[in-house]
Design a protein around this ligand. Structure first.
Ligand SMILES: [Zn+2]
Ligand SMILES: [Zn+2]
Length: 181
């Protein structure tokens, strides 16, 4: 697996910027570069996060994010928003998921990842849900009970990230602070 540093660097590609919100690509890009450095707090306004594809890849290019995960697995299920075909996915989230995949050596099903505002409301998500920013995934590790997955991640990363234990899945997010439920 690549180092955390090289994940973050994103291969040096420029972010791909959507103009669907009515501002020019150029002004948006300069805004992104000046106002959203990589050292900024991890939480971004969801609208803003939704504008930037984390790898800068356009439609039609390879959708593989890492050894075991493809971008479409993180798409918004609504089928109606930009994130339903080109979801934002946080690199650190992928690092966490690859670690879990390696530890259990079992396939991981992503049951819910990126959600647009509307879909998040429809499924009763929290208003500031990490699913809105591409930093969260609800996962099932094949033939492993969810409590075992939760026990592993909370021991592996005791002081950071967000982990939620549910009967049938485990919520994983790469927020910059620690949260457990
Ligand atoms: Zn959507
Ligand atoms: Zn979740």
């Amino acid at each position: 697996m690549a180092s955390r540093k090289s994940w973050r660097r994103g291969g040096g590609r420029r972010p791909r910027i959507s103009t669907q919100w009515g501002t020019s690509a150029t002004s948006r890009l300069s805004h992104f570069q000046t106002k959203q450095p990589r050292t900024a707090p991890r939480y971004k306004q969801p609208q803003e996060a939704g504008m930037v594809s984390s790898t800068g890849r356009a439609n039609g290019e390879p959708m593989k994010l890492s050894t075991h995960f493809r971008r479409e697995e993180f798409a918004c299920p609504c089928g109606d928003c930009r994130a339903s075909h080109d979801p934002v996915v946080d690199h650190t989230l992928i690092e966490i998921l690859e670690d879990i995949r390696t530890h259990f050596n079992k396939p991981i099903a992503v049951t819910s990842a990126f959600r647009c505002y509307r879909h998040n409301q429809e499924v009763g998500g929290k208003p500031a849900s990490q699913h809105l920013t591409g930093r969260a995934a609800d996962i099932i590790v094949r033939s492993r009970p969810s409590e075992e997955v939760f026990a592993y991640v909370t021991e592996r990363w005791p002081d950071e990230f967000g982990f939620g234990s549910y009967a049938t899945f485990t919520h994983i997010d790469s927020r910059g602070t620690k949260a457990r439920w």
